[in-house]
Design a protein around this ligand. Structure first.
Ligand code: NAP
Length: 300
């Protein structure tokens, strides 16, 4: 198993319970994106919601109960054509009869001046991790999807003001989140607007904005800029092993990777839903496919 987000952890649970000797190479973080999420409100069975770290701890404990083992490290190279399949973690070589890849996604960047230089100095990607640093400060959130709106809501608990800058005239975020944010007096929305530059010497002090409809340029004071503009798939390790498109997405776009014994799960193969529940679903399906494949039975 590569990856320990909801998909990898669910796959580990199913594989270990299916009596496979199961090792999870966790990648950077057990829990994946939910490890960075304050409150998961829509995972079934938790009517009052649950914190992301608690949910990921529970997923991990559940997989461990059936014997899954964990290696807190990042895989550095794989060979999907060899038998057994080979996975390297630095110098260490691991061998597997089947492999489930659930490496998830990484935050996208804007690619504007100031962004790289001020990353970690006011430019940030995770409200859950950093919101407290912006107590009584002004924050700009870039994006218009669920992440941007959810993170704006989280930030507004601390910041004096949160300005969501979105390049279109409508939010992409779901109605339930959008309504909550629109009711929050600390959150304001600038539509049809892009960030052209993040300004600051040692730390972020402002952003240069441009209205796409009027062309008007303005400078908005800000102590922090949260980037919530989506995700890129973590597929660099798969380059040369599986067919990837120009954005790095796997072309097969399903659980079956097209390589014998190699299965895919989670956000890596989900361009649409990307919910904890759907990730768990594909992790479960990938493990069941792996079990079936190892038993030598054709998948139905
Ligand atoms: P997303 O849905 O892909 O939204 C990304 C947003 O960033 C879009 O509004 C997009 O604008 C904007 N954007 C992209 N590139 C940009 C650029 N270069 N400059 C300016 N704006 C840019 O990503 P997400 O919000 O992270 O959500 C990803 C998935 O996770 C979704 O399926 C979402 O439902 C799920 N999610 C769910 C929850 C929840 O249920 N509570 C929370 C977080 C995420 P356009 O609209 O113009 O494309």
């Amino acid at each position: 198993m590569l990856g320990a987000g909801p998909a990898g952890l669910t796959a580990a649970l199913y594989a270990a319970r299916g009596k496979l000797k199961t090792l999870v190479v966790t990648g950077p973080m057990v829990g994946g994106q939910i490890a960075l999420t304050n409150h998961v409100d829509n995972y079934p069975g938790f009517p009052d919601g649950v914190s992301g770290p608690e949910l990921s701890d529970r997923f991990k404990a559940h997989a461990e109960r059936f014997g899954a083992e964990f290696l807190d490290a990042e895989a550095t190279k794989i060979d999907l054509a060899s038998r057994p399949i080979r996975v390297w973690v630095g110098e260490k070589l691991l061998e597997a009869k089947a492999l489930i890849v659930a490496t998830g996604m990484t935050h996208k960047r804007l690619g504007v001046p100031g962004e790289d230089r001020l990353l970690g100095r006011g430019v940030f990607v995770c409200a859950t991790c950093d919101a407290i640093l912006y107590e009584d400060k002004k924050v700009v959130v870039v994006g218009g999807g669920d992440s941007a709106v959810q993170e704006a809501i989280d930030l507004a608990k601390y910041a004096t003001s949160v300005t969501v800058v979105h390049r279109r005239e409508d939010l992409r975020a779901c109605r339930c989140l959008a309504d909550k944010a629109l009711e929050d007096p600390k959150i304001r929305f600038l539509y049809d607007t892009v960030v052209d530059e993040i300004i600051g010497d040692k730390r972020v002090s402002a952003v240069r904005l441009r209205n796409l409809k009027t062309g008007e340029v303005s400078v908005e004071d800000a102590d922090g800029v949260l980037l919530a503009i989506g995700w890129d798939p973590n597929t660099s390790i798969l380059r040369g092993q599986l067919d990837l498109d120009e954005l790095g997405y796997i072309k097969s776009d399903g659980i079956d990777s097209g390589k014998p014994g190699v299965f895919l799960a989670g956000d890596l193969i989900d361009r649409k839903y990307r919910q904890v529940a759907t990730s768990c679903g594909s992790g479960c399906a990938a493990a069941l496919e792996a079990i079936t494949w190892l038993e030598g039975r054709p998948a139905e």
